[in-house]
Design a protein around this ligand. Structure first.
Ligand code: NAG
Length: 407
């Protein structure tokens, strides 16, 4: 079956459940009328089994539909303690419940047969207003499938499913979640507005492919804070169409650091504007704070980007702009980078070029550097100083700069 075909079957299953659920739901609700707080929907009441082997897709979908369609007030979908196994899940609105909390008290583990994953995520939350997702461990069990990822040698590769995708949501809070060993991205935030995430723990080995911590695209007013993210790829990656993003108090490592981009892979990408990354620590990552755009890209803009109060601990490329990413090296990138501020960035670099601002010959970038102190820390005892490297960059400076800015 085609991917689209399989997806339709799944959508019909979800709809079918929407109709069959409602007798049980209204009976349940009648018993709870008058109770303070949200109405609880316990997945075990819909047949879920926390036995570490039963595939609970159907029970979870029934419980979701009941919670989502419950009338009027707030609803809470509860996954009690224990280990639940499930294949792909679609938690889709619109919901009738005024707001909806999904509370995981135990562990949810993904099935490992990737032929079951007809769309590119394990758990999808879509078209919901007022979702809170809290608690629990989401174990993507990527270690069983990472060997099938060939993206390092095939630029048209199909990514494995992300663990949790948030799509078309408004007013969302995600907190207190642990995400382990996703098959590809741990979390993907796309087309969301007013999205807050905090107290997340995201973990995968340093050599796991494409296991980005949080990828954000086409979203407005997103805040990610107070989290610890160590993976095999970007800690947080910021794609096209992101406006008003705050990233604060994050510890990253291992992995590839915090990245705006890659931008400019596709035609007609939306601009990125208003990104503030502050109070973060990058520990033993390959990059610290990076902006990367494809060479030979279509025009777009990335503007108003601040990296402030950042500690680098043995980072290979602490400050880096790379506008010559990808395979079309001969053509310049047309992603215009402007209004980038680096302030109070201190710590250690494991390469001597601690600052590398390689911008586009077509659209030079403008950058401000204030109070940078990056010392070299190599494996030999040799004292080396750090240096910076620039191309097509207009640089303004302030405060103390080590390495000195290039001009
Ligand atoms: C800065 O980040 C650290 C580590 O995440 C955190 O403990 C601290 O509270 C943060 N400081 C502020 C002012 O947010």
């Amino acid at each position: 079956m085609t991917i689209a075909g399989r997806f339709e079957v799944r959508a019909i299953l979800v709809l079918g459940l929407a109709f069959s659920c409602c007798v049980a739901e209204s009976t349940l609700r009648r018993g709870l009328v008058g109770a303070a707080g949200p109405t609880d929907f316990n997945v075990n009441s819909y047949g879920a089994k926390a036995d570490g082997k039963t595939d609970n897709v159907e029970a979870f979908m029934k419980a979701w539909v009941a919670a989502c369609k419950s009338d009027g007030g707030p609803a809470r979908l509860v996954f009690p303690k224990g280990t639940y196994v499930t294949g792909p899940l679609v938690f889709a609105g619109k919901c009738k419940a005024s707001k909806i909390t999904v509370e995981v008290q135990g562990t949810i583990k993904a099935t490992t047969d990737i032929s079951e994953y007809s769309s590119p995520e394990w758990i999808l939350f879509e078209s919901i207003s007022g979702l809170t997702l809290t608690g629990g461990i989401f174990d993507g069990r990527g270690e069983t499938v990472w060997k099938y990822n060939d993206c390092h040698q095939n630029s048209d590769c199909q990514l494995l499913p992300s663990s949790i995708k948030f799509s078309k949501l408004t007013n969302t809070v995600v907190h207190g979640i642990t995400s382990l060993n996703s098959k590809s991205f741990h979390m993907h935030v796309n087309m969301c507005q007013n999205f807050k995430a905090y107290d997340l723990t995201i973990t995968a080995p340093s050599d796991s492919p494409n296991t980005d911590g949080i990828h954000i695209s086409s979203s407005d007013h997103v805040d990610v804070s107070h989290s610890v993210i160590g993976t095999g790829d970007d800690c947080i990656s910021i794609g096209q169409g992101v406006t008003s993003l705050g990233v604060t108090s994050i510890t990253c490592g291992p992995g590839h650091g915090i990245s705006v981009g890659s931008l400019g892979k596709y035609d007609d990408e939306k601009d990125v504007s208003g990104v503030v990354v502050s109070n973060c620590t990058l520990r033993k990552t390959t990059n610290g704070v990076r902006i990367k755009t494809y060479s030979g890209s279509s025009p777009s803009k990335a503007s108003g980007i601040t990296f402030q109060d950042i500690i680098m601990d043995e980072v290979k490329n602490p400050i880096i702009i790379d506008q010559n990413y990808g395979s079309h090296k001969s053509a310049a990138s047309k992603v215009q980078i402007s209004g980038v501020h680096y302030k109070n960035i201190v710590g250690t670099s494991t390469s001597d070029v601690a600052m590398s601002l390689l911008c586009s010959s077509q659209v030079p970038c403008d950058v401000e550097l204030v109070d940078i102190d990056l010392k070299f820390q190599g494996s030999s005892d040799k004292e080396k100083s750090t240096s910076s490297s620039c191309l097509n960059a207009k640089v303004k400076t302030g405060g103390k700069l080590n390495p000195p800015a290039c001009r």
